[in-house]
Structures are given as C-alpha cells and as structure tokens.
Design a protein around this ligand. Structure first.
Ligand code: ADP
Length: 481
C-alpha cells in the first residue's frame, strides 16, 4: 500500500515543533506495517539541499506566479518529493515567519501551492507516485482536499490529521479567485469560515477520515471549550474522527546511544544521569547541587504552553527547594519575563532562549522532572521523551498529557504503576501544588525511583501506534468522483 503524506515540516530537515517529529518518524513505522510513504514538502532551502540524487519528476510553467518543478529524492531515510518553487519557498529560517517574526504575507499562496501539487500527484499526475491514501497534516496541507473536491474525478482516500486545532490557516475570502477555487466550495459546509477561507476546515469537511493525536484531544475538540470555533464541524464529523497517540523515534531518543548527551545510560543504571544533571546545571548557570530537585522545561513560549503560570509559580518552586531550567523561544513578552527571572535569581531560575536540539536532549537526560504546564496539549512529545530518559513528567491533565502519564496517587503508587504527576490545567495554584507534590516525592526517594523506573519501561515508540494508522488506511476505499 502507498501513502502520500503532505506536510510543511519533517524532521530532521525542517522543524518548528512536534508536527515535524511525527512526519519524520511515521514513515519508517508505517513501513514496518507494509505501507510505503512518500512525503511531499515545500522545497525550502534545507529540504532541497538535503535531497540525495534529486530527480525532476514534473514541471509547472506557472505555479501561482512563477515556474516550479517537483523533485524526487531521499534524505535521512525518507522518500521525498519537494516542490522547487523559488518564488514561494527559497527563504531560510522559520518556514512560516519572516526575520521580524511576522507571517509571510503570501502564506496563503505558498500553502495553496502545496495543496495544488498534492492534488495533482494524488490523481496520478506523475507515474509511480499514485497513492492509495493521501495523509494531510494540519492546515498547511488542508487545501489539497478542496482541490480534489472541485476536480470531481477519482481520488485516493483522504485522511486529515489535526496536530493542533489552534492553527486553522485562515485567509481572506477575496483570495478565492487567485487560489483558483470554485465559488461553489465557499459555503458553511465547505471552506467558508466566518467570512474567510479556512484551509484546515477544507480538510475536515472533505477528508474521508479525520484523526488527531490523542483520544482525549479528540473528545476535547468536539466541545465548545476546546473546539476553537470548529467544534460544530467536528461534532458533525464525529463518526469519522478518532484519536491516535503519537510515538517518538526511539532511535533518535535513546539514552543508551544518544551522542548529544555527555553520559549515556540505560534503564538499569539511571543513577548515571547524575553527570548529565551537573552539566545541565552548569549550562544554565545554576548552582551545581546533586540533591536539589531540578525541574526542566522545553517548549514554545506561548499562551498554550502555560509558561506564564510557571513564571507566577516561581516563588513557590523556590520555596519547595527546586531549581528550574527553561529552554524555549516564542512570544517576546514571555521570553523577556524569563530573562528577567533569570537575572533576578540566576542560581535557581535558569533560562536559555532559543531553539537547540542538543540542549533539549541534555534537558531530558539531566533534569529530575520535566514540567509541561500546558493549557491544552493535543498530544505533547516532550513528556514522552522524558519518560524514556527518566525525567519524571509533571503535566497538566489535558489532551495527550492526560493520556500518556499515570498520576502518582496512593492507588497507583501502591500498584507500582505511576509514571508522573498530573494537575489541573490553567491554574497557578494547581501548578504550585504539583511542584510541592513533586518535591515531596523527590524527597521520598523510594517512590521516586519507582516512578522513574515505570516511566522508563513505558512503550513510547511508534510501533503499536503506527498500527492504528495502518489499520485505518487499510479500511478506506478510494474516493468517488
Ligand atoms: P508543539 O508541537 O506544540 O510545539 P510538542 O511537544 O508536540 O509541542 O513538540 C515539540 C517538539 O519540539 C519536541 O520535539 C521538543 O523537544 C521540540 N522543541 C520545542 N522547543 C524546543 C527548543 N527550544 N529547542 C529544542 N527543541 C525544542
């Protein structure tokens, strides 16, 4: 069976978040299930430069204002098609933002081009690339479904995956003509969304099946509180919606072989983490103190991630005797507050503003606990890495965080199944209590070791989870004309 995955990011070629981790790891996991994936991406410089033996498979004299071609090649074990369209994608850095952090003004066109080429390939536009199933990731791939709809010809089955409903790809209705979309699609049960066009909605309305990245998030997005304005559409499609948990690439995230960390270690010798903790404390300018509970955070600095609540909870964390190491970047106001907190108390509130793969691995290998205080979290990947690396996850009880961590209460501790600490999302008081509870567990080291050991024994790989995608793909039939 052949799958064409359409996405705007793929690890290790281009990444801003968990989407890239998923699109980068799923192909190998699906291959083990007998499904061959080719991934279509915009030809950003980092993608085109990574392609091994690129071959041109088709050309477009005019793809939204410039000539373009599609090239096929491989990179990092991935089978890739890239749209080489310099007028749209020959820009370095973040795939969505310019140097000042603003959305590129032509993002609507850039990702419509991705959809148009995907639709062409899905229909067999290029020999040997006709897929049985089309897997559309997030809003950037969403318009593919609209182009296929208006062409009224046979097409492969379409699965749309929501990685984060907060990003909906909304563009002005006045673009309808320039996007070459039929007026007939611009209706409330089509791509129209409060007087604009939503690329994500296009995929939710026209896909055969919708998945999202955890069962709890699948429930949450069908409610007015969690549906971000699309809950009505999702309730309408609820029989075609399911949650499939993300896994992580356990080759990339393997503490026994990780070349990015100072000392490698196994589940049988978690005590070897001590040297990584000392290095992490040094890197963040914290007092090097083995007995002190070290809380780590890795993530985008945004309202979603609840890091403002963490800033508010800093005095309580200090009161509980904890140190904090925060790695992230994002909203300038939050970055500024973390820098200020660091300047005010460098010995216990460390922060590094930026995106750094190496430090993110060191964080997982050295922090005692990994804090994820998100207000909502579709799946979350950092807590999965934390489980594998023996950093005890302390997470808000929402979305995939709720589904992947077993809260340490009396019953789970007695049954020896606890893997972390959960608390109610969106509340400073609940976060403070969770930090205090974590500190208490840290001081009761027998409990701590068990929680850590249970976490490290948890299966966070893709193997079983990819099986759910494979089963879904296999039960679908090609779409009607
Ligand atoms: P989201 O996709 O909402 O940003 P996830 O938890 O699903 O959140 O995935 C985030 C991914 O990006 C993880 O692989 C995480 O390690 C990585 N990441 C986030 N921020 C940073 C950073 N500042 N430096 C390095 N890696 C980061």
């Amino acid at each position: 069976m052949k799958c064409l995955a359409v996405a705007s990011e793929i690890f290790p070629l281009i990444k801003t978040g968990g989407l890239a981790d998923v699109t980068g790891a799923l192909p190998a996991a699906l291959a083990a299930q007998g499904i061959a994936t080719t991934s279509l991406l915009p030809g950003y410089p980092s993608v085109l430069e990574a392609l091994h033996k690129p071959e041109e498979v088709c050309t477009y004299p005019d793809l939204f204002g410039g000539s373009a071609r599609v090239v096929h090649g491989t990179a990092a074990g991935l089978d890739l098609l890239a749209i080489d369209a310099p007028h749209l994608y020959a820009r370095r850095g973040n795939p969505y933002l310019d140097d000042r952090g603003h959305d590129w003004a032509d993002n609507g066109i850039r990702f419509a081009a991705l959809g148009r080429v995907a639709a062409w390939l899905a229909r067999g536009g290029v020999a040997n690339f006709t897929p049985d199933v089309l897997h559309l990731h997030d809003w950037q791939a969403g318009l593919t479904a609209a182009y296929l709809r208006q062409e009224k010809a046979p097409r492969p089955a379409i699965v749309a995956t929501i990685h984060n409903l907060a990003f909906q790809g909304i563009f002005p209705a006045a673009m309808l003509r320039s996007l070459r979309l039929d007026d007939a699609l611009y209706t409330p049960d089509g791509i129209e969304y409060h007087g604009s066009i939503s690329y994500l909605k296009a995929s939710l309305v026209y896909a055969d099946r919708i998945t999202t990245v955890s069962p709890s998030y699948a429930d949450e997005i069908c409610t007015p509180e969690g549906g971000m304005g699309l809950d009505g559409v999702l309730r309408w499609r609820t029989h075609h919606l399911q949650g499939i948990l993300n896994g992580i690439d356990t080759d990339v995230w393997n503490p026994e072989t990780d070349s990015l960390i100072p000392v490698q270690y196994s589940r049988r010798r978690p005590a070897a983490r001590a040297a990584n903790k000392a290095e992490l404390q040094r890197r963040f300018g914290l007092t090097v103190e083995p007995e002190c509970l070290l809380l780590g955070v890795v993530g985008r600095m945004s309202w979603q991630k609840g890091l403002d609540l963490l800033l508010d909870a800093l005095p309580a964390a200090h009161g509980a005797g904890a140190q904090l190491a925060v790695l992230g970047s994002g909203e300038p106001a939050l970055e500024g507050r973390f820098r200020a907190a660091n300047a005010a108390a460098p010995e216990y509130a460390g922060c590094i503003i930026g995106y750094d793969e190496e430090i993110s691995h060191l964080m997982q290998a050295g922090a005692d606990a990994l804090l994820v205080p998100s207000r909502f979290e579709p799946c979350g990947l950092t807590q999965l890495c934390a489980l594998r690396y023996g950093a005890v996850p302390v997470v808000a009880r929402t979305g995939g965080l709720a589904d992947t961590i077993i809260h340490a209460n009396e019953a789970s501790l007695a049954a020896d199944v606890a893997t972390g600490v959960q608390f109610n999302p969106g509340s400073r008081a609940a976060l403070e209590q969770a930090i205090q509870r974590t500190a208490a567990l840290w001081h009761a080291q027998t409990h701590w070791r068990k929680i850590q050991r249970n976490g490290m024994a948890t299966d966070v790989s893709w193997s079983e989870r990819a099986g759910h995608y494979a089963a879904l793909f296999r039960c679908l039939r090609p779409g009607a004309a």
